[in-house]
Write a protein that binds this ligand. Sequence first.
Ligand SMILES: C[S@@+](CC[C@H](N)C(=O)[O-])C[C@H]1O[C@@H](n2cnc3c(N)ncnc32)[C@H](O)[C@@H]1O
Length: 274
Amino acid sequence: MEPRLQRRVQRYGWDKAAEYYEDSWKEQLKPAQDKLMEMADLQPGEKVLETACGTGLVTVRIAEAVGSDGKVVATDLSDGMIEIAESEAEEKNVKNVNFRRMDAEDLKLDDASFDATICALGLMYVPDPVESLKEMNRVLKPGERAVVAIWGERKNCGWADIFPIVDKRVASDVCPLFFQQGTGNTLEHSLAQAGFEEIQIERFSATLHYPDPEVAIMAAFAGGPVALAYKKFDEQTRKEAHQEYLDSIAAYRNGTGYQIPGEFVVAKGIKPNS
Ligand SMILES: C[S@@+](CC[C@H](N)C(=O)[O-])C[C@H]1O[C@@H](n2cnc3c(N)ncnc32)[C@H](O)[C@@H]1O
């Protein structure tokens, strides 16, 4: 997919997904976000950049970790996601975050100005993940760290059929390289290509729990990356696509709900001192 088109699909798709996002994914993404926070080991007073911050699930945790002497710049491509993140931060009385709409591949931020750069579950959506990692590297102070979390390999993610199910109904790839960085050593190579050293990689399995078919369907279609295409489906197409998706996850049925296997990769890299 042409990069500008991919950015538009992402931007307006996530605008549509924003209101369903936390109900769909908050619990499911927590293991990856926990590991990311552990590897980042943020300290009070640090200045942190987050790219693809979404509704701010990780942003609030970063803000707490750096405390009132620290600062967070949280960025995302989607206005809808940023709006929710801003209002939730306000509700939680979080004062040390500056939210800005920004493409993760084109950060309007100074070189060497952050103590840590963070990206949770965002790298699958940018047209050029290495470019995005280079930007994370550029804005880091020398000797400091970037930490990213992504989904792992397609074969280890039981919900992966959502992409072909939607793609064949819109005749285009909604998220063409979704599993690319999570496959084999790709993320490690990308971090090295972006200028990072001392790279650490943690790959682990997780289970996505959904209490019933309706929530599993909402998460896959309305609350995630295929939301823009899904909005355009008529009632009949929706019904067929829902059924096909439920068939694809039937093996993970557990009582009235589902326990779907997933895999995450969390990685840390250090910007060299010279
Ligand atoms: C799965 S959400 C992750 C949100 C959040 N980091 C979390 O862990 O809950 C993916 C986010 O990536 C954002 N995104 C997609 N393409 C982007 C790009 N090129 N630049 C910045 N953000 C982007 C979307 O708008 C969406 O908010």
